[in-house]
Design a binder for this molecule. Structure first.
Ligand code: SAM
Length: 276
């Protein structure tokens, strides 16, 4: 998938930073490597979270890889601004052991010194990532870690309603195939088996975060930064706004604003394997 075409917007993405960052820490807390040689973050986005890996393992060469030029530029520039929205905000410079690369996950292969591979909230954009994961496990050295988190919320109203509007006669033609990536994610048990078949010890779980979002129409704002981008990209300005108005009215019903904000439950699937 051409992620450049989908136009990731780093500033939009870091909105709701705490909710987006927390799964990364919940995931990487389960990696107990003490002195990895090389650590790779696949689909690193704006790089603020990759920087926390470089600080956690100062002796490792840490590499963030992303196919969006805007994301990689933001990641490389983060040294000037500081890593926004992370528990590591104290760091105002990129750690010296950290580098970012513009590359597609689909072409990446592990090196013999790759001891940790992390991919947080990225592989759902890569149909067929399961095959890639099996290949990475084959190529990784013994003892290496593979830690992946993907959203498991494609059955939630924010996504079913998006598909419902996209498949309506008004939009069907223009949006044919735009949301295809949403079929890409498996259930936890299937990933569990994949890791075991790849010769890894496996730790797989799911968490539904009960996210209380502030502001007006926050679910629309949330998906604008991620799942809705392919739709907006395919439709462009005026049609995009028309689609959003239709979709947003349905979201208002599905996620009514309450006294304390808007609850947006979000399911995520986590898997951590250590190659035996
Ligand atoms: C939702 S963001 C996650 C960013 C970061 N991992 C985080 O947790 O904040 C998904 C990222 O995956 C990247 N991405 C999607 N498909 C990719 C591919 N095929 N190759 C490399 N990066 C990809 C996007 O450019 C985007 O930056």
């Amino acid at each position: 998938m051409g992620t450049k075409r989908l136009g990731w917007d780093p500033a939009k993405y870091v909105e709701f930073g705490d909710f987006r960052n927390r799964p990364f820490f919940d995931l990487t807390a389960r990696i107990t490597a003490s002195a990895p040689r090389r650590v790779v973050d696949l689909g690193c986005g704006p790089g603020n979270l990759t920087a926390t890996l470089a600080r956690r393992w100062p002796g490792a060469r840490v590499q963030g890889l992303d196919s969006s030029p805007d994301m990689v530029a933001a990641a490389r520039g983060a040294g000037a601004e500081g890593a926004r929205g992370t528990p590591d905000d104290a760091g105002t410079r990129l750690p010296g052991n950290l580098a970012f690369e513009l590359a597609d996950i689909r072409g990446w292969v592990p090196g013999q010194d790759t001891d940790v591979v992390v991919s947080n909230a990225a592989l759902q954009w890569v149909p067929g990532h399961q095959e890639l994961m099996s290949g990475w496990l084959r190529g990784l050295p013994e003892g290496a870690w593979l830690a992946v988190q993907v959203p498991g919320n494609f059955g939630s109203p924010s996504h079913t309603l998006m598909r419902q509007v996209a498949q309506s006669p008004r939009w069907r033609k223009q949006l044919d195939g735009a949301l295809r990536h949403q079929d890409a994610v498996w259930e936890p048990g299937q990933y569990h088996e994949l890791l075991l078949r790849g010769g890894a010890r496996a730790d797989v779980w799911e968490t539904t975060y009960s996210q209380l979002l502030p502001g007006s129409r926050p679910v629309l704002e949330w998906v604008r930064g991620t799942g809705l981008r392919p739709v907006l990209q395919a439709l462009g300005g005026r049609d995009g706004r028309e689609f959003e108005a239709e979709y947003s009215a349905l979201l208002d019903e599905a996620y009514p604003a309450g006294d304390f904000g808007t609850l947006y439950p979000f399911r995520r699937i986590f898997m951590v394997g250590q190659k035996q």
